[in-house]
Design a protein around this ligand. Structure first.
Ligand code: AMP
Length: 305
């Protein structure tokens, strides 16, 4: 089954303790597509400026990502500049330049409107809402967001929550959105607004998936070399939704397996700058990492009957 993703297609400049990269390809929709395209067909909607090196997206096109919905507009591309210090869990945004995103109105191509899975990647919640008005009753709609939009578009974001099935966000964003320090309470607050599932990512400390009556936890893969955390969250979402779309199964058991596929894709994303690692791996690498996750958490319980 196909996944439609709408989000940012960016040029990122990133500093980590291990090096820096300038104007490399990034963006929420880009990382999502690089991860999800290993598992299913992806249709991307977004915008770039006339300065964007489109040939650098060939790696996505050659993986079958349909770029027919990627508009090229006059002006500067979206740019994000960020820094990670030794705590690789939190990005410090140094600059966000919306460029062509500030006038962007997403137009979902006719051929994309019936995608059964829709991921509203991190962009202006007003644009995320516009996308929902154009799609034809998807099987599952998920969304992501970040501090930038929680601060500047809070009421649109709250309207959006009423219209999605699943939300992914990191722990700091969950606390900021819900004004609750406790993540279990934060998840409950979000579930009370409409979504049936909330995934709270905690970087190198793993991810929780909450429903009204269950909690599932997956650790992050303990990597020895984390190079650049940018895009881990979007790659998680790509692995998660990609797995659901590949199997067409949205049962609880499948959702739990999807969290592990998401965690696996997030762990690849951080091994290089940009989408470097995500475009060189194959299905064997993914299967091996999922297997490693299985070993990581399995134990034989000796409990009284
Ligand atoms: P993450 O998966 O959370 O690390 O997301 C990283 C990506 O988010 C980067 O490639 C950025 O280009 C993109 N990004 C940063 N700020 C924004 C924003 N305000 N809106 C949309 N995308 C953004």
């Amino acid at each position: 089954m196909t996944v439609l993703v709408v989000g940012s297609v960016a040029l990122d400049s990133v500093e980590t303790p291990f090096g820096r990269a300038d104007d490399v390809i990034g963006g929420s929709a880009t990382f999502f597509s690089a991860a999800a395209s290993h598992l299913t067909k992806v249709q991307l909607v977004g915008v770039v400026g006339d300065d964007y090196p489109l040939d650098r997206l060939d790696a996505l096109a050659s993986r079958g990502v349909d770029l027919a919905g990627l508009e090229r507009a006059d002006g500067e591309s979206f740019r994000w500049r960020g820094r990670y210090r030794h705590d690789l869990n939190s990005a410090e945004t140094l600059e966000t330049r919306l460029g062509v995103f500030s006038h962007f109105r997403p137009k979902i191509p006719e051929a994309f409107r019936r995608a059964p899975f829709v991921f509203l990647a991190n962009i202006d919640p007003r644009l995320q809402l516009e996308v929902l008005r154009q799609v034809d009753r998807p099987k599952l709609v998920a969304c992501d967001t970040m501090n930038f939009w929680i601060e500047s578009r809070r009421s649109d974001l709250l309207t959006l929550l009423e219209q999605v099935d699943l939300v992914t966000l990191n722990d700091a964003e969950a606390r900021q959105l819900t004004e609750s320090a406790n993540l279990v309470k934060a998840a409950r607050w979000i579930l009370d607004r409409g979504p049936t599932h909330v995934i709270i990512k905690k970087g190198e400390h793993g991810a929780f998936m909450f429903t009204r009556d269950s909690v599932f936890f997956a650790p992050a893969y303990p990597l020895e070399d984390v190079f650049d955390p940018t895009g881990a969250g979007d790659s998680f979402a790509g692995g998660f939704i990609g797995y659901l779309a590949r199997t067409g199964d949205v049962s609880e058991a499948s959702m739990r397996r999807a969290v592990i596929f998401g965690s696996a894709m997030g762990s690849f994303a951080v091994e290089r700058f940009s989408i470097g690692r995500l475009t060189e791996i194959g299905m064997d690498d993914i299967t091996n990492r999922v297997r490693a996750f299985h070993r990581l958490v399995s134990f034989e319980a000796e409990l009284p009957p």
